[in-house]
Design a binder for this molecule. Structure first.
Ligand code: SF4
Length: 420
């Protein structure tokens, strides 16, 4: 059966009061790196449920006039969308900024347009998992679950912290703990050995974009951690436990604490998937963690090239070579290894980056790539990345297709898989 032809969306813009309109003529443009162009038809989808869109202050909407073949910049403000989890942005909102435009918060900014009576976004769904879909869950179930946890474990500080995350910040990971489903977050680390430009748990005051989350302010005990693991395992048949959350520093800074907690969880019969989301800076910690029962490692990176990685992560007492060694050694000790590739259209999907990921995959044999978004003001990221980007974007779909071919054992998704 022939697939239905995708429409060509028209651009959106916002007036100064925040009212959003679709333009009667101008077509949607998107940005990939420093290129502006029409979205590729295979890289747009109807706006998924639970996504949000917003206007961009100090940034003027840009559209394509198909009749004259020219790009037009409007007085009105640009609009962008934040795609809900499980989706990767394939093209960023196109706009022209005022010189004094404020920095944008740490989110992703997909191009969004309108056609055939609906909104269309430059993004692709990359995972069918329903882990962060809450539309069918009554909010009072989360509330009741969080209160029950606090009632059952009144002295457990990590329970209070996570219940607060669910109730006050609406953190999806903490909400899932309260609901007793999917993946259980286990933050432990107060410090970090990197200074990521887009860190979501700590930002210098003058960065212009505050961190949306706060780092945990205490060191949990192994007992506090194990109580939560056992409780979650009693409610979820396929439990995943993840150290390394948005509300902490780098979990490998607390490798000993994690090893102690996980060993005790395994000694008492725990069978779930135990994962660490990490910057991959401390390869020497892996053998002990594997021995304790950690069986999955997810290494976050914006690039697999040293110069671009270090420009964004700004490592303090480690280097890209340590991250590479972590990926290699994690596979060697028998962990399931995922890359959390922070995708940015026009930077990640370029020839050089592609070649470098393939080379890393062939050498280290990692298992999985999570295609997430680099959440940061697009122009700030491009300023940082530009010196390291050569050549055009091949487009998200081509990038993924070619990776599948070059590294045929690798699976793709958005979330940490349960290792049954
Ligand atoms: S590795 Fe994580 S906690 Fe550390 S600076 Fe980067 S984003 Fe922040």
């Amino acid at each position: 059966m022939a697939s239905k032809k995708k429409p060509q969306p028209r651009m959106l813009f916002a007036d100064k009061d925040g009212q959003i309109y679709d333009h009667p003529d101008l077509l949607l443009l998107c940005r990939r790196g420093d290129e502006f162009g029409l979205p590729r038809p295979d890289e747009i989808i109807p706006l998924p449920e639970e996504s949000e869109f917003f206007m961009l202050p100090g940034r003027h909407a840009m559209g394509y006039n198909a009749e004259s073949g020219s790009v037009e910049v409007m007085e009105d403000l640009a609009v962008a969308a934040f795609a809900c989890p499980a989706h990767t942005v394939t093209g960023v909102s196109a706009y022209e900024s005022d010189e004094d435009a404020p920095a944008l918060p740490l989110l992703s900014y997909a191009a969004i347009g309108y056609a055939d009576g609906r909104f269309w976004i430059c993004a692709k769904k990359v995972d069918e998992d329903q882990r962060q879909v809450f539309s069918k869950i009554a909010p009072d179930r989360v509330e009741a679950g969080a209160h029950q946890l606090m009632k059952d474990f009144p002295a457990n500080r990590l329970v209070s912290h996570l219940a607060g995350c669910a109730l006050t910040h609406g953190c999806p990971a903490a909400k899932n703990l309260a609901l007793g489903r999917f993946e259980c977050p286990l933050p432990t680390a107060q410090t970090c050995n990197a200074r990521c430009v887009g860190c979501i748990s700590e930002q210098p005051e003058d960065s212009g974009f505050p961190s949306p989350q706060c780092r945990i302010k205490f060191r949990p005990t192994p007992e506090e951690i194990v109580q939560i693991m056992q409780r979650h395992e009693s409610r979820e048949r396929r439990p995943i436990f993840s150290f390394g959350q948005g509300c902490e520093g780098e979990p490998l800074m607390e490798a000993e604490l994690i090893a102690e907690a996980v060993k005790s969880y395994r000694d008492e019969g725990g069978t779930g998937t135990v994962n660490i989301n990490t910057n991959g800076s401390r390869p020497q910690t892996l053998p002990a963690l594997k021995l304790a029962g950690v069986n999955s490692l997810r290494i976050s990176l914006n690039s697999t090239r040293k110069d671009l990685y270090e420009a964004y992560y700004r490592p303090v007492n480690y280097a890209w070579e340590d991250v590479r060694e972590t990926i290699r050694r994690a596979h060697e000790v028998g962990m399931f290894v995922s890359l959390n590739l922070l995708f940015f259209p026009g930077v990640t999907d370029t020839e050089e980056e592609f070649d470098s990921i393939v080379e890393l995959g062939e050498e280290t044999r990692f298992d999985f790539i999570q295609l997430r978004n680099l959440n940061m003001d697009p122009e700030l990221y491009m300023n940082l990345a530009k010196p390291f980007v050569n050549g055009p974007s091949m487009g998200f779909n081509n990038f993924r297709k070619r990776l599948r071919k070059a590294l045929p054992w690798i699976k793709f998704g958005y979330f940490n898989p349960y290792l049954g």
